[in-house]
Design a protein around this ligand. Sequence first.
Ligand SMILES: *Cc1c(COP(=O)(O)O)cnc(C)c1O
Length: 331
Amino acid sequence: MIPAASLLDHLPRCPLGCLPTPLAELRRLSRHLGGPRIWIKRDDLTGLALGGNKVRKLEFLFGEARRRGSDCVLTGGATQSNHCRQTAAAAALLGLPCHLALSGAPPPVPDGNLLLDELLGAQIHWCGEQRKGETLPGIEQELRSRGLNPFVIPYGGSNATGALGFVAAFQEFSLQAGECQFQPEAIVFASSSGGTQAGLLVGAALAGWPGRLIGIAIDKNATGGEPLPGFITRLAGQAAERLGANLSFDSVILRNEYAGAGYGIVGELEREAIRLLARQEGILLDPVYTGRAFGGLLDLIQRGEFSRGGNVLFWHTGGTPALFPHAADLR
Ligand SMILES: *Cc1c(COP(=O)(O)O)cnc(C)c1O
């Protein structure tokens, strides 16, 4: 076992989040379902402009941006990207101009994450069909030609630097689980651009954790044309290398059967999961990521994937600002 904390200590990092986030048991819901005991890690409460999992990645990404002396940041995503909103907030906090490449076209009245991007002062570049940062190289060139030195953050903040945020997150969780004296047999979470899962894989390997990390695939299409499992294992290897740990990863658990009609299309699975957690525990999920992932968890429980007397952890990754633009799908 290698203490992850000491490996992470020497890397540049900007404190951005309210960490550690709470770890809690979902007592009413567990009773309602009749087992297993379900726990939740509240990364919807990371604190930066309504929170979410990207804050953890951005601590290391902005650490790197500061080390390089970048004078602005550039990233991209969907119109309602949580990653872009959290990047805009981090940039504001650190006094760096933020450029966002968003899919779609400007709506008459911005809402949800897009409204927040504007309030946070980000400059938006509209990119039509492209929602995975395909237009970043062109915009980077344009910024450089204006004499700027942008720090470019890939789609979802998912490179080896970003994934380090979830190596640190796993360590945070390990300490809390020790204090609460419970060991989940599995951790279930939404997986999309892969950085969260890659970081958790490395953190779990460093800690010698024996449980299963179950990613619920949100998106039918792969990142940059590469199948997600291969991308995640490669990213995990690179993140481990960054820490000087010689680890390689050859498999991931990624459940593909819950992606429904595709990215951002809300169905019965998400609607029911959001209502159930809201009404049993007073906790809000989001329509795109965590609603789908929690719906997947409920289905896996129903199908007997976990032992009845065991413990399972749901890692809430945020996204709640997207509830409002999806109002019509949720009623
Ligand atoms: C980005 C995001 C995820 C997925 O995390 P990845 O690291 O991209 O796989 C899950 N939930 C929410 C709310 C997100 O914004």
